[in-house]
Design a protein around this ligand. Structure first.
Ligand SMILES: Nc1ncnc2c1ncn2[C@@H]1O[C@H](COP(=O)(O)OP(=O)(O)O)[C@@H](O)[C@H]1O
Ligand SMILES: [Mg+2]
Length: 243
């Protein structure tokens, strides 16, 4: 297959390899450098495209620290990477490793050539709101990549709060419902994290249908409760005991 006439920029050249396939190479040294970088660090390029936050790009099975986890979570993550067929709801207090576990799965799936998308719920809702005021993009354009992704990682479900009375707004609940419904209908797995358990989340969101979708899509075995200390404190040096 060759490029249509007129599209071949003169800095690109066409070569034929030993098996008669066309290879495209570029004479521009800057472009060659970028291409080299991409081919050396393909996972980083995929992580950026997937929206995996910088601080979670190192989360892999090879870097999984058993002392920061419990055998149950560890086994769930390893099993899921082998058979990523269903949805997961990871719940537990702040700092117990929910986002790390979810991104570990996401990074491993990216490494295996699967299509993953990560987004924080607050960020997603902000982007949708922004689209209302923007002439260049629509709500559907914001949501479509998240409808379509093979695996969606939806972070911090229980944190979103766009109402004055500190309840989830109808807007938040309706968009979550739409997103979960779309993914449920197409059978695409969604991984979710929340600081609230499903019961607390139901009360907070004020819409039984959202948690019912989560329960339906994850099943009992897909609802994982993490517990333990706030691991973020592990990185902070202890102060010397001044009374
Ligand atoms: N299994 C793990 N292996 C290595 N580091 C971990 C692991 N789980 C958590 N951490 C560390 O703990 C920090 C807090 O975890 P995080 O997933 O952000 O918590 P949560 O999402 O539950 O608030 C992470 O930034 C990471 O440095
Ligand atoms: Mg988190």
């Amino acid at each position: 297959m060759s490029l249509p006439a007129g599209t071949l920029n003169e800095s690109w050249e066409e070569r034929i390899d030993a098996e008669d396939s066309i290879l495209w190479t570029c004479r521009d040294p800057k472009v060659r450098r970028v291409l080299r970088l991409i081919s050396r660090r393909p996972i980083l390029v995929k992580q950026k495209a997937a929206g995996i936050p910088k601080e979670y790009r190192a989360a892999r099975l090879s870097t999984w620290d058993e002392s920061k986890s419990n055998p149950y979570t560890s086994s769930i993550v390893r099993a899921y990477v082998q058979q990523p067929s269903h949805s997961l709801f990871l719940t537990g207090p702040v700092g117990t490793g929910k986002t790390w576990a979810m991104c570990c799965i996401g990074n491993e799936l990216l490494g295996r050539g699967r299509v993953v998308k990560f987004i924080g719920v607050t960020d997603l809702l902000m982007r949708i709101r922004h689209s209302f005021a923007s002439e260049s993009g629509s709500e559907l354009q914001v949501l479509e990549p998240f409808f379509d992704a093979e695996f969606l990682l939806l972070d911090e479900l229980g944190d979103v709060c766009l109402d004055r009375d500190r309840k989830a707004s109808d807007f938040a609940a309706s968009r979550l419902l739409l997103l979960l419904d779309k993914r449920f209908q197409t059978g695409k797995p969604t991984l979710l994290t929340s600081n609230q358990d499903l019961q607390g989340f139901t009360e907070w969101v004020g819409d039984e249908r959202v948690s019912s979708r989560i329960r339906g899509t994850c099943g009992a075995e897909g609802i994982i409760e993490l517990e333990g200390r706030d691991l973020r404190f592990d990185a902070v040096p202890q102060e010397s005991g001044v009374e």
